[in-house]
Design a protein around this ligand. Structure first.
Ligand code: MD6
Ligand code: FE
Length: 197
């Protein structure tokens, strides 16, 4: 499926593969706790985040950036193999990702329309894995005012932003609590792989 140039692979991950990624993500979160980032303007984001990889995405009063440590000071855990496999199957590049952002949406969390442009080189794709409750994904174009289209991303779906869609605006309007039994709590987990440096 293609939504404004974003490739969407419905049910790319089997239920078994989804369970393996959830178990690996629990291990990431155990070491590098989820936190609520604060935007540069001082607003607390509703999504909780952490990262795996050589660098991780953080946001605070000093801006958005990738940095080699969690805000609490520890190294980010390594990106799990089962997650790297998804990248290598779909990214279309031999370059490996150096960061995996973990987003957790409680039932009332959302993510506003944004572009992914904090990476040093914007030629590499972004590969995004959805797990747990479905999320309403909105995709526009490179300009903020470009028209948008929306699709529900369900557990096991994978989205790839590359080429003309790499700088597409996108966001999550809301999630549908209770639409999946994968997680042991209501909510949605999203893992996003990138080449950041
Ligand atoms: C989410 N995803 O699905 C948020 N970014 O929860 C993103 O912000 C995103 O899905 C870049 C590429 C794909 C994505
Ligand atoms: Fe994004």
């Amino acid at each position: 499926m293609n939504l404004n140039g974003v490739a969407i692979w419905p049910a790319f991950l089997s239920p078994e593969a989804q369970a393996a990624v959830v178990a690996a993500t629990r291990e990431i979160v155990r070491v590098a706790r989820l936190f609520h980032p604060v935007t540069p303007r001082g607003q607390q984001m509703s999504v909780r985040m952490t990262s795996a990889g050589a660098v991780g995405w953080v946001s605070d009063r000093n801006g958005y950036r990738y940095q080699p440590r969690h805000p609490a000071g520890m190294d980010w855990p390594p990106i799990p193999d089962c997650v790297l496999q998804v990248w290598h199957a779909l990214a279309g590049t031999p370059v490996a990702p150096d960061t995996c952002l973990v987003n957790f949406y409680a039932p009332d969390a959302r993510m506003g329309l944004h572009q992914d442009r904090d990476e040093a080189c914007l030629d590499h794709p972004v590969v995004s894995i959805s797990l747990g409750d479905a999320g309403l994904f909105r995709v526009g174009g490179p300009a903020r005012r470009d028209p948008t289209r929306s699709v529900w991303l369900s557990s096991g779906d994978v989205a790839v932003l590359s080429g003309s869609s790499r700088l597409a605006h996108h966001g999550i309007d809301r999630i549908k609590p209770g639409s999946s039994t994968l997680l042991d709590q209501p909510g949605r987990l999203n893992l996003t792989l990138r080449v950041a440096r």
